[in-house]
Design a protein around this ligand. Structure first.
Ligand code: PGA
Length: 244
């Protein structure tokens, strides 16, 4: 793993945007795997600014998001599809037909998940997969478990994830209890991975991801086995990794 230490959130966001921008400049038809959450918002803002200035063209890019809440339609303001439009897609020159998020509105989990696996596979898997990390080391909604997941699947969210995500809802009872998420194997198929972390509440997860054993108890730890994984994290998130 390549670890890049940044001063703060803003510095992390700019460096991450630089990596993604370079990918898109080098390969205008890039397939990007994208993530939701608070962490990538600054990265998306920076990319939208460069897009606006004509420095980063998304017209031929296609995107595949990691996950979606089960039971929410694309129009639901709490859905990840809506989040992506608000924070990124509506601010750049991407063709919305080339953006993909698992279909949370399909109550048939097996169908929704196998369909998503099919389209990600047919796209040839991401050239670059952007990730955040949960406080418990999750990636996507792949929570700590006794095994690593494979393809897209339906998960029950853990209490800690429901609590962490409730800040974006009126109250914790409104947070959906299930989600469709790309599996760890699919994430590992990406040709390169960029994982971001900011803030002291991520410090333990970042340490475990980079220096702990490779274990499904910390799903992000499998990224140690990826041939091209870059971690961009700020001082606070790297507080337990002084040697990095
Ligand atoms: P956050 O979430 O960016 O909102 O902290 C990251 C994650 O849970 O993957």
């Amino acid at each position: 793993m390549r670890i890049i230490r940044t001063k703060d959130y803003r510095d992390m966001s700019r460096k991450a945007a630089n990596v993604i921008s370079a990918q898109v400049i080098l390969k205008p038809t890039s397939v990007l795997g994208l993530a939701t959450g608070t962490t990538p918002i600054g990265t998306y803002e920076q990319l939208a600014e460069w897009n606006h200035k004509g420095d980063c063209d998304f017209s031929q890019v296609s995107t595949y998001n990691l996950d979606e809440y089960r039971g929410l339609t694309h129009e639901d303001p709490q859905s990840y599809h809506y989040f992506m439009r608000q924070n990124f897609f509506d601010k750049i020159n991407i063709d919305l037909a080339n953006t993909h998020v698992p279909d949370g509105a399909n109550p048939n989990a097996d169908e929704a998940c196998s369909e998503y696996d099919r389209i990600v596979r047919e796209a040839g898997y991401p050239d670059l997969q952007l990730l955040g990390i949960g406080r418990n080391g999750h990636i996507g909604f792949n929570e700590p478990d006794d095994h690593f997941s494979k393809g897209t699947h339906c998960v029950d969210l853990t209490e800690s994830t429901i609590q962490a995500n409730s800040r974006l809802f009126d109250n914790a009872d409104d947070v959906p209890r299930q989600a469709y998420t790309m599996g760890v194997q699919t994430i590992m198929y990406a040709r390169s991975i960029l994982i971001l972390a900011s803030g002291p509440e991520k410090a333990q997860a970042v340490y475990d991801m980079c220096f702990g054993p490779v274990t499904p108890q910390c799903p992000a730890s499998i990224l140690q086995l990826h041939t091209s994984c870059t971690v961009i994290a700020d001082e606070a998130a790297l507080a337990l990794c002084p040697e990095a």
